[in-house]
Design a protein around this ligand. Sequence first.
Ligand code: PLP
Length: 289
Amino acid sequence: MPSVGTTIFTKMSALAAEKGAINLSQGFPDFPPDARLLARASTAILTGNNQYSPMTGLPMLRDAIVQLVERHYGRIVSSQDEITVTSGASEAIFDAIAALIRDGDEVVLFDPAYDLYEPAVTLAGGVCKRVTLTAPDFRPDWQAFASLLTDQTRLVIINTPHNPTGSCWQAADLESLWQAIASRDIYVLSDEVYEFIHFGESAVSVHKHAGLSTRSLVVSSFGKSFHLTGWKVGYIIAPAELTVELRKVHQFVSFCTATPLQQALAEHLLALPDASDELGGFTNKSAMY
Ligand SMILES: Cc1ncc(COP(=O)(O)O)c(C=O)c1O
């Protein structure tokens, strides 16, 4: 990738450290995660959970994700066939793009877009088409979106709640997206890493849209949700036939992510199923930003 340099996050974080500045450029909090979760990770390491996990993720964690998704979105997904645990949402996004995009395929992005999407599309041989999100609400212009679709369009990447604007798409946005792509052979990669972090109105997840969810790969991040960005544990939920394909990439990119961290997250979610309920309220009330 000769035209690609070091990410803006690496540059800005290094500059903030050098100048002693407050670092708002990279998405991590400056307060500690839940001590009970940290204790579970420590115990998981000391009690021998230190070898490779199954490629698709620890069964106990995938079961806990089934419960989490049902609790928040009322959707029942298959632990066996539709959930894959990855090394952060980043790996999930990369795996999905590498699995779906072939030479010359077009991928629609909404600008400003998270910086990982375009290089992953380019590496896979795809071409990005862009729709600009504009102030004040940074919600898409659906006519502009529809005018970009062609027979080569293979994937649309959406991100809600949105980094960096915080915009949260609502049911009408998802319905507009669905109406535009329903009759075409187009998939959706929905980056929902900030699903539990919002200010006021929450986003409506693709998990809640009956049509879109049959065509979508939905990405989540425990790093973001539990304020543990350095753990890099994420997951992706997709229909079985798409999951088969993305797992072919995942098995050679990372194979699996850190077993004791998966164990700790699984135990935490199963012991405290309401732990994720508090996150929205917590961020609303806190002074983290
Ligand atoms: C929109 C978006 N997607 C994905 C990621 C990556 O998440 P993870 O750390 O779980 O790989 C980030 C991290 O900042 C992000 O902002």
